[in-house]
Design a protein. Sequence first.
Length: 209
Amino acid sequence: MIIGVLNQKGGVGKTTLSINLAAIFSRNGARVLLIDADPQGSALDWAAARNEEPLFSVIGLPRATIHKEINQIAKGYDYVIIDSPPRVTDLARSAIMASDLILIPVQPSPYDIWAADEIIKLINEALIYKQNLKSAFVINRKILNTAIGRDVREALEVYSVPSFKASITQRVIFAESAAQGKAVCEIDEKSLATKEIKAVVKEIMEFLK
Ligand code: ADP
Ligand code: MG
């Protein structure tokens, strides 16, 4: 299973979601590879900041040829997660063509909702060649008890892509864990942040059924 985490907007949580999903899949016993396709190399920096044994493999591949190389690279892994860069269109296209499932992190802000049209356009282009490609929004950095947190789901209905019921709240543990090269589940298995990531994993499984 190849999961591309994409959004042409930066800072929406692509790397955060990629790392934390990879960690839960690994903890569940799967063999996981995280491809850092962002020339900035944030996931590689995350791996370098880590003192513990790796939970999963991380490689850098910031090239628009991922879709050609993916079969070879994915050998021996149950899950490959592609953490994609913002803005670079040819790389986004390549990551989409390489993926079975696209997750689009989006923050509850009108700017994020408008900016999502770019990635949706690229997905719609790819659907011409890849009819069984699946994609979904994952709302990230939701602020509890705010109207915008509730309205974002409705605002996203203008797009042809569904939103996951599971969403991720704005929580300091996401930044703090990253600084140590860890996933939230490694900091606190029982935390609400960990529960939210597990709920996204569960929804991925149901979505793919
Ligand atoms: P992207 O990869 O899309 O550019 P990142 O995953 O790097 O986005 O997130 C951008 C910043 O926001 C990072 O500093 C990250 O730690 C922080 N962040 C992301 N998601 C959350 C969250 N749910 N709660 C708190 N901070 C978050
Ligand atoms: Mg990133």
